[in-house]
Design a binder for this molecule. Structure first.
Ligand SMILES: Cc1cc2nc3c(=O)[nH]c(=O)nc-3n(C[C@H](O)[C@H](O)[C@H](O)COP(=O)(O)OP(=O)(O)OC[C@H]3O[C@@H](n4cnc5c(N)ncnc54)[C@H](O)[C@@H]3O)c2cc1C
Length: 452
């Protein structure tokens, strides 16, 4: 008996998942609510509509993790990449496209595929039987969002992200920063030294507050109401409430002693907390922000110890429906409590068109294999695809989980390669070489038994 794969949402992830599964020989139904039911950001009824920028970011597959993801998706015959290449616009090293032609081409390719059917209409309940992928994105409809939250628990489905900037650990100046938990709290040495602290004197703090207040900020989109709570106010909003507010909030200097200058009491302290099990990434605690990206880099590099910081991602606050994937999904992106349902795309806690499409690619292949009774070899963690899915389904800290872009901080370090900024070029090349080899091997290993 042939079983169909049902995909809810025909965005970046749903479209790619459908293409991959259909090409493996599975019958696919895409359920897309647009144009009947719209969102505040989408303008058309096309599949894979780009809601804002028309760029898939860097196309450099040797020195950039997004470019590497492009490479991996092209190698896997990805629809999003092939249509992006076809409708490419000049944009230097970035892959920018004509958004209208791009999404029309994705729509046509899927509508013309003999194994794909597109059904219009919103799905607002969790399916009880069959094989499903939910790829409804950051603007998942209210009804379905409520059904998911009822299954996962309200506290494991977020409707806004509150992203604090994330710094590459090896770009932090440890001659100024130090490791210590407030009041040395914790049972083990690891817990007592869980935070990385950056001290400020009075002048540094005052200059930092001035810069925060003066920085360019991003406005919320129309329809994207600013529903953030007091618990996750942007730092610049805290600073607007009073110059001392941050010193009594995320920058309070109490319970910490700077071993570089034990006799000097810091006026304020910025704390960073480990963001992944590898210990390669640290987030700046409580520093969610709506400052523009350029302003963030400038302002955060004023923090002593972060003068040369490299940012794996910058901060933000957006309307964004996403799961606490590290606790809810298994390593094949299946909902643990209902394994016949997979999630893909931005709702899994990745961020961006490329990352979302990549998670769709993977979910489509995995779901097709399930339906056909095939087992895919384990996904290699040293690929961009593997590093990202490993992060969201287990590598990330579940308690503080926020959406993530692909970046080299998610990759397992390589032995014998220099760390820090100086060794960066060689290191990135070594990461991308290792990833390409592993990804090609993975594809070849199951290409053999895929059904045409
Ligand atoms: C305002 C805004 C601006 C953004 N700007 C950028 C940017 O510039 N660059 C970038 O890389 N990323 C941006 N993003 C993130 C972007 O949305 C994702 O990167 C990408 O579109 C996510 O892909 P996806 O397939 O997970 O979701 P989407 O592409 O949003 O696709 C989800 C699909 O599911 C449909 N759907 C939702 N609920 C249901 C339902 N119940 N039943 C049936 N269908 C349903 C939706 O109509 C939609 O077509 C932005 C997001 C928002 C909200």
């Amino acid at each position: 008996m042939t079983q169909e794969l049902h995909i809810i949402g025909g965005g970046m992830a749903g479209s790619e998942a459908a293409w991959q599964a259909a090409n493996a020989g599975v019958q696919v139904v895409i359920h897309e609510m647009r144009p009947e039911t719209g969102t505040f950001a989408h303008q058309t009824g096309n599949l894979a509509e780009m809601v804002c920028s028309n760029s898939f970011r860097s196309d450099d597959d040797e020195q950039n993790a997004v470019g590497l993801l492009h490479w991996e998706m092209r190698a896997a015959g990805g629809l999003i990449m092939s249509m992006a290449d076809r409708h490419r616009l000049p944009a230097g090293g970035a892959l920018a496209v004509d958004r209208e032609l791009f999404s029309q081409a994705v729509t046509a390719a899927l509508q013309d595929h003999p194994n794909v059917r597109v059904e219009a209409g919103e799905i607002s309940a969790l399916p009880e039987t069959g094989t499903w992928i939910i790829a409804t994105g950051p603007l998942t409809s209210e009804g379905l969002g409520a059904a998911i939250a009822a299954e996962t628990g309200q506290d494991r489905l977020a409707f806004f992200d509150a992203i604090a900037p994330i710094v590459y650990a090896d770009t932090i100046d440890m001659s100024k920063a130090w490791m210590q938990s407030r009041y040395d709290k914790g049972e083990t040495e690891e817990e007592r030294t869980a935070y990385l602290n950056c001290p400020m004197d009075r002048d540094q703090y005052e200059a930092f507050i001035d810069a925060l207040l003066a920085a360019d900020k991003t406005e919320f989109h129309e329809g994207e109401t600013a529903g953030y709570f007091d618990g996750c106010l942007p730092i610049e909003v805290m600073a607007e409430r009073g110059r001392e507010t941050l010193r009594h909030g995320p920058m309070k200097p109490v319970g910490l002693t700077n071993p570089h200058q034990p006799e000097v009491k810091a006026h304020a302290v910025v704390q960073l907390r480990r963001d992944n099990a590898l210990g390669t990434l640290y987030n700046i605690v409580g520093f969610q922000t709506k400052m523009k990206y350029g302003a963030q880099t400038e302002v955060f590099r004023m923090i002593p110890g972060l003068e040369n910081a490299g940012f794996a991602r910058l901060g933000g606050i957006h309307r964004n429906t996403f799961l606490n994937s590290p606790t809810l999904l298994d390593n094949q992106m299946r909902l643990r409590s209902r394994p016949h349902i997979r999630f893909a795309g931005q709702i899994t806690g990745v961020e961006g068109y490329v990352e979302s499409a990549a998670m769709g690619l993977l979910a489509g292949r995995l779901a097709a294999a399930d339906i056909q009774g095939r087992t895919l070899p384990d996904l290699p963690q040293d690929t961009a695809m593997g590093a990202l899915v490993h992060h969201i389904t287990g590598g990330a800290e579940a308690k503080t989980f926020q959406p993530m872009n692909v970046n080299f901080g998610l990759f397992r370090p390589l032995d014998g390669i220099r760390g820090g900024r100086r060794g960066r070029k060689d290191r990135y090349k070594a990461y991308t070489d290792r990833a390409k080899e592993a990804w090609s091997e993975w594809l070849n290993a199951h290409q053999l038994d895929s059904v045409d």
